[in-house]
Design a protein around this ligand. Structure first.
Ligand SMILES: Cc1cc2nc3c(=O)[nH]c(=O)nc-3n(C[C@H](O)[C@H](O)[C@H](O)COP(=O)(O)OP(=O)(O)OC[C@H]3O[C@@H](n4cnc5c(N)ncnc54)[C@H](O)[C@@H]3O)c2cc1C
Length: 434
């Protein structure tokens, strides 16, 4: 298995790459191996390195650290969600648990950026859940009522107010939630790579191909070499099922996004100079769209079942055509060809939008499956799974463990048929919202 990335993500600074890249080139043994260096794996490594200063800890990633979904996302650090995993939040106590985890996730990221003095364009500007269809007013009201019951400040806005705030008259109704932060994911993840303690050895472009548990250790096979480890923490998120981890509980979904160049003064004036904002769709397969701090528009309006290892340029271009349509619908006065970066990324989903956080066997741990909301939760789960691996308790672990477990999924090929049909159905419903 080799993981390929398209090399054109607007959040990644390709001109200023790290030069200290090491690849695994000999057989090694260690006390703990962490697989995957995104928000989860980097946070697990940071925490473990802090509490186990004398142990040998290795972190591996199949690509460059942080360059998976962790720097390819839309940068919403969420306190509330409406449509994660296509489940409407009817069950209030489950939703309460979920938001308690989001809150801890935000706190964990905030503590990190304060401690390491990170500039990641942090903006506590809230977010919108919006629709271009007035029929969605009822869903907006139900969601707003749920938020009120749980004391999340929110307001319902209609077309004129939304136009003033967003610079587009596309949306007819929206719930504005005051909580929720917009960030620059590339800056945040870079800071996490830099913050790795000295006792963590990072190997990049180093793909774990197979692993096998023996009596007192785990044998891990890479392209040319092996690592023998006493403990292992899997943080490979969208690739967990490929590694044979919790296969009946999670599956990968491929998302694609594009970002425009910065709008010129004239273009920005023509849409009313809105402040930075982020909109999430009321209908699950609608577009996520953001106006960034530096006046670029980001759009993500596809989610599909695809081979997670590769998206060709031709395939990516087809998705970019949809991004162009999405931007044009909302900003018809802007020039047509202003997209200057497009990319794909892999998220991990479960059937009921619950995350995975557990010890799956003696000395084997896994954290992941954030259903598209993993910036805060991944950072939290990474730190906490490291504590769990060291048999330490924490209040956070108790809160995480009180969440629902992911549902059992049907076997293949029924699983893929089910996902495909569901995505198609949601796509038809959200046709107007791309
Ligand atoms: C387009 C897009 C938009 C998104 N928007 C948001 C958003 O706005 N807000 C939000 O909270 N979340 C969002 N997400 C989801 C979020 O990015 C993820 O939940 C988060 O990055 C998960 O972090 P992670 O560290 O668990 O996984 P990843 O960042 O995916 O890291 C896993 C790492 O494991 C490595 N790996 C996999 N297999 C192997 C192997 N065999 N050997 C070695 N290494 C391996 C991969 O290379 C990868 O770097 C979005 C995702 C995408 C793709």
């Amino acid at each position: 298995m080799k993981i390929f990335n398209d090399n054109n993500c607007g959040w990644i600074d390709y001109s200023n790459r790290r030069t200290d890249i090491k690849k695994l080139e000999k057989d090694l043994s260690c006390d703990c191996l962490i697989v995957g260096a995104g928000f989860t794996g980097l946070s697990a490594a940071r925490k473990l390195g802090q509490i186990q200063k004398n142990k040998k800890i290795i972190l591996v990633d199949a690509q460059l650290a942080g360059e998976g979904a962790s720097s390819r996302n839309s940068g919403y650090l969420v306190d509330t969600t409406l449509n994660d995993g296509f489940v409407s939040n009817k069950d209030i106590s489950n939703y309460k648990n979920k938001t308690a985890i989001y809150k801890l996730g935000i706190k964990t990221v905030k503590d990190f950026i304060e401690k390491y003095q990170v500039d990641c364009d942090w903006n506590e500007c809230g977010k919108y859940f919006a629709s271009s269809r007035l029929e969605d007013e009822k869903k907006a009201e139900n969601f707003s009522n749920l938020l009120n019951k749980l004391n999340f400040e929110n307001l319902i806005f209609h077309k004129d107010e939304l136009k003033k705030r967003l610079g587009t008259n596309f949306y007819k109704v929206g719930v504005f939630t005051k909580g929720g932060i917009l960030i620059h994911p590339g800056k945040l993840i870079n800071a996490m790579v830099k913050a790795l303690p000295d006792n963590i050895v990072l190997y990049e472009n180093t793909t774990l191909l197979e692993w096998k548990k023996s009596n007192d250790h785990i044998d891990c096979t890479f392209e040319k070499n092996r690592i023998k480890t006493k403990k292992i923490i899997f943080c490979a998120n969208g690739f967990l099922s490929k590694l044979g981890i919790k296969q009946r509980y999670n599956f990968p979904i491929t998302l694609t996004a594009s970002m425009t160049r910065a709008l010129t003064n004239e273009e920005f004036n023509s849409i009313g100079r809105p402040k930075e904002w982020g909109v999430l769709p009321i209908r699950p397969m609608g577009a996520t769209i953001r106006m960034t701090k530096d006046r670029r528009i980001l759009i993500r309006n596809t989610a599909e079942l695809k081979n997670p290892q590769r998206m060709t340029q031709v395939e990516l271009n087809k998705r970019v055509d949809l991004h162009k349509i999405g931007i044009e619908k909302r900003f018809p006065t802007l020039p047509k060809n202003i997209i200057n970066s497009s990319w794909s990324g892999i998220v991990c989903r479960s059937g009921n939008s619950s995350q995975i956080f557990e010890k799956i066997d003696r000395n084997i741990f896994v954290a992941g499956c954030y259903n598209g909301s993993g910036i805060g939760v991944g950072t939290l789960f990474g730190e906490q799974i490291a504590l769990m691996a060291e048999e330490e308790d924490s209040e956070e672990i108790s809160i995480i463990q009180s969440k629902k477990q992911p549902n059992w999924l049907p076997p293949q090929p029924f699983l893929n048929i089910g996902i495909f049909t569901r995505l198609l159905f949601e796509k038809i419903i959200a046709k107007s919202e791309i």
